[in-house]
Design a protein around this ligand. Sequence first.
Ligand SMILES: C[S@@+](CC[C@H](N)C(=O)[O-])C[C@H]1O[C@@H](n2cnc3c(N)ncnc32)[C@H](O)[C@@H]1O
Length: 290
Amino acid sequence: MPSAAYTLVHLTNGAYAVQSLAYGEKMHPGLGPAVEAETLHVGQLQIRARLAQHCGEFVVWDVGLGAAANAIAVLRATRELPNPVRLLSFDDTAAPLAFARQHADQLGYFHGYESHVEMLLRQRRTSFFDHGHSVDWEFHVGDFPALLSHARAKAAGILLPPPHAILFDAFSPRKNPAMWTLPLFANLFQLLDPQRPCNLTTYSRSTMLRVTLLLAGFFVGRGVATGLKEETTVAANAFELVEAPLDGNWLERARRSSSAEPLRDAVYRQAPLSSATWEQLQAHPQFRRS
Ligand SMILES: C[S@@+](CC[C@H](N)C(=O)[O-])C[C@H]1O[C@@H](n2cnc3c(N)ncnc32)[C@H](O)[C@@H]1O
């Protein structure tokens, strides 16, 4: 996608954000890139605390690299900690990053990382020392759902190191349904290492997304409010990493919702739970714990 497909928008709090004209959506529309990346992703993933207690390389998947606000927030938050960080960013285009780099002064969050971003844009990979630790940052350019299918099938030699944390930041299910299907999240869950606790954050709080994550195998909880969203979502393969798990009351509301059934393919639609999905939800370990 050419950089003419992006524009800068001035948010009411004074921050600038990148808007995709093709999708008609802003990246970080609520609080702006730096604050939203920190509140929604870095803080809720407890990256600092987890990294401080961690031995060895900490692997982060940044799904939807876009203008790199989330990726840079991870790097900035972890720079004083000694452990090596391996950051895998995914996007099907480098254009929003190239656009954002050209507008780094207004966006404000690139400071200190400009040369690394340029290297990432040129070579799709950069390794460097950032204060106390080493960083290995790679950019996988391509369709994320297809990449996960290939990685699961181990086709084309794709081997992705399983993550400790995932920042999931695609455009909305309505505009970008391919990034919110049950097959995608099922593949994602299957690529996790069951011995490696991993959490995931995303801005959506929709019942449909939460049911999708549960059916894929995740434990799922409520996340904090950010800007335009009164709630977000946190998921994990380890129950202890979900601070506010969805409970039986949520399950009952999901049962009555007119939009709860996961997308099975890349076509947006709304539908209530099928009886098969309702049975699967009731059997989920999250709702059988007490
Ligand atoms: C909301 S933006 C991400 C913003 C970004 N996380 C940031 O911090 O600036 C969503 C991103 O998902 C990417 N995307 C959409 N569909 C995709 C696909 N099928 N595969 C990979 N990336 C995709 C878009 O190109 C876009 O950059």
